[in-house]
Design a protein. Structure first.
Ligand code: ATP
Ligand code: MG
Length: 202
């Protein structure tokens, strides 16, 4: 009985060594350096927070980052309050009032204005990370032209990272991206009648 754990330990060690060899081999093979296109999509909670988390990570390493938010509201954004103090520039589409009126012409004009800022960022070699928060909807609603967006992403500086968040990301952007994560909803507090919580939901 006393010897049994030892055999198991040897087995475990050899299994872990094999795993380590495989991981080491994959790390050794991944030598390419390039700016990544990252897409965080899906219906679950965590897309924008993931985008901001990456911006924070980049800024923590001394990289420069800019954020464009394709959102209609002008809600207080916790991440903005802190990231602006760290030199991260924010552009918010924020058509505000039109959320109620659903004025399509005003919405398109606002989307185009925010996109113009995005295009400038996507040409700027001094910006290491660009977060295009909720961009997916602008393409889904056809407020922005998919081809124009893809062209700007393709022509960006080689080492610039771009993060796109939002539900229902267009297939062509998913194909173009280097890393794509789909956040799946299992549960959300809102469905149990709990209102959006400051510091958690915004
Ligand atoms: P977060 O900003 O928390 O990372 P998100 O970007 O994944 O969320 P969005 O679709 O942009 O999600 O929605 C923003 C707001 O809606 C947040 O307050 C978030 O908590 C809430 N939300 C996200 N997913 C769901 C869901 N499945 N059901 C209800 N509310 C949700
Ligand atoms: Mg979001």
């Amino acid at each position: 009985m006393a010897k049994q754990p030892k055999i198991n330990e040897q087995k475990h060690q050899s299994r872990m060594q094999k795993l380590k060899d495989k991981v080491d081999e994959r790390i050794a093979n991944a030598q390419q350096e390039k700016g990544l296109l990252i897409v965080i999509t899906g219906n679950g909670k965590g897309k924008t927070t993931s985008g901001f988390g990456t911006v924070l990570r980049a800024v923590g390493h001394g990289l420069s980052a800019s954020v464009v938010q394709f959102i209609k509201g002008d809600w207080d954004c916790g991440e903005r309050n802190i990231l602006e103090k760290c030199g991260v520039n924010f552009t918010v589409m924020a058509t505000g009032f039109t959320w109620d009126t659903q004025d399509k012409t005003t919405d398109i004009a606002a989307a185009e204005k925010a996109w113009q800022v995005s295009e400038r960022l996507l040409k700027d070699k001094t910006i290491n990370v660009v977060l295009l928060d909720e961009l997916t909807y602008m393409i889904a609603y056809k407020y922005l032209n998919l081809g124009t967006v893809i062209q700007a992403i393709n022509n960006r500086p080689t080492h610039q990272h771009v993060i796109i968040t939002g539900r229902g990301c267009h297939r062509q952007l998913i194909e173009l991206a280097d890393t794509v994560s789909e956040v799946q909803p299992i549960k959300h507090a809102f469905d149990s009648g709990i209102k959006a919580q400051q510091g958690i939901d915004y």
